[in-house]
Structures are given as structure tokens and as C-alpha cells.
Design a protein around this ligand. Structure first.
Ligand code: SF4
Length: 207
């Protein structure tokens, strides 16, 4: 029996996620990441949302559900998927800084307990470096290629600039503009913390 495209997508995404789970390209990040952030949502998406990295907003399930519902309603799509440009979590950590020598390897277990403090991680989330973005972009491009969405919503300037350039688009695109690329349309918007109904309506107008 022939496999449906959804089944093929599931298999390809699982293979990619296995590689993400074993990835060691950014040693300082994997030390303080209990598990890398993975994409979630419909595996034949019409709208594919890209955030820079996991943060206060994307960890809030209620915020994510509300955002998805707003997008479905305002952009008239049914299938939504979200993912991240960088999967591991950059943090400022006083525990780590107070040790002059640490054996490389994961410091956090899957329950987010730190080996140094023997307590839940209290590192302060930071924005990812350019190096981490470049290291991680290949996974995002692969994910986009597998799922081939209709609309790709780029949250924030950094996401917009890196994703467009990595697709070979060097035109300067401003927030609130659209760009047709292959069978997709990139829609540029503000960072998630500034995103609201008004920004959504702007997206609707440029679709
Ligand atoms: S941030 Fe991305 S590239 Fe870096 S170690 Fe994690 S999965 Fe690998």
C-alpha cells in the first residue's frame, strides 16, 4: 500500500528529530539543555511558524493555543505547525561560572535538574549567538523542506534575516512584508512578545 504524504512526513520528521537529539554542534548549549526544542503541530501545515528559540511565551501552552486559534481564524487556515530556529537553550548560569573546570557533557537531566546544584535549573534564558543559529539552521531548512507549508511566518527580524538569507534571498524585507519563495510565501512579522491581533490583520492583508 502506498504511503500517504502525512506518513512520509512523520517518518522524515522523526529521523530528523533523532539527529537533533544526538546533535553536539554547540557544546556550551547542550550542557544546559534538558531536551532540545522540537516542532509541534499538523504535519501537513498550511501555516509554519518560526520562533527564534524557546522562551517565556512559547513555553506557555495557553499562549500557544490562543496564537494558533487566532492564526487559524484570521488567516483562514486549518493546519498550523510551529518550530524554532535554535533548538538548544542559551542561558546565563551563575553555577556554571563559579566552576573553573567542568567536564563536558550534559549538566541537566530530563527533569531539568542540574548536576552542579542538584536542584532545578535556574539559568536565565538568553538570545542565541550567530554561531548557534548557523549551526542549527540546517534542521529548520530540512523541516521546512519536508513539510512544505503554504505560508511561513517569521517572528522577529533575526528569524527573518537568517531564514531568508539561508534560502538565498538577499532582498531587504521589512516587518509586515511578504516574499514568494518556491511554493511558499514568507510572511514577516514582529517578535512573538509584540504579536497581537493588529499584527495578524497586517499579515492577512499581505497574504
Ligand atoms: S542548538 Fe541546534 S545545532 Fe546546536 S547543539 Fe542544539 S540541535 Fe545541535
Amino acid at each position: 500500500m502506498e504511503e500517504s504524504s502525512r506518513d512520509q512526513n512523520i517518518k522524515s520528521i522523526i529521523r530528523m528529530e533523532d539527529r537533533v537529539g544526538q546533535c553536539c554542534r554547540c557544546l556550551p548549549l547542550i550542557m544546559c539543555t534538558s531536551k532540545p526544542s522540537l516542532g509541534k503541530g499538523d504535519l501537513e501545515p498550511q501555516a509554519f511558524l518560526i520562533f527564534e528559540c524557546e522562551n517565556y511565551y512559547t513555553r506557555d501552552t495557553n499562549w500557544l493555543i490562543e496564537l494558533r486559534n487566532m492564526i487559524k481564524q484570521e488567516l483562514n487556515v486549518e493546519r498550523v505547525y510551529h518550530t524554532f530556529m535554535v533548538r538548544c537553550h542559551p542561558k546565563a548560569c551563575s553555577n556554571r561560572q563559579s566552576y573553573s573546570c567542568i567536564i563536558p557533557g550534559k549538566l541537566l537531566n530530563r527533569d531539568n535538574i542540574c548536576k552542579l546544584s542538584n536542584d532545578i535549573c535556574d539559568g536565565i534564558p538568553m538570545k542565541p549567538s550567530g554561531e548557534a543559529i548557523i549551526n542549527c539552521l540546517t534542521y529548520l531548512l530540512e523541516e521546512m523542506d519536508i513539510l512544505s507549508p503554504t505560508y511561513v511566518i517569521l517572528f522577529g527580524k533575526k528569524v527573518r534575516d537568517y531564514v531568508l538569507k539561508s534560502c538565498g534571498v538577499f532582498e531587504i524585507l521589512e516587518t509586515g512584508q511578504a516574499y514568494k519563495y518556491k511554493d511558499m510565501v514568507f510572511l514577516s512579522t514582529v517578535e512573538e512578545k509584540l504579536f497581537n491581533k493588529e499584527e495578524l490583520q497586517k499579515l492577512h492583508r499581505i497574504m
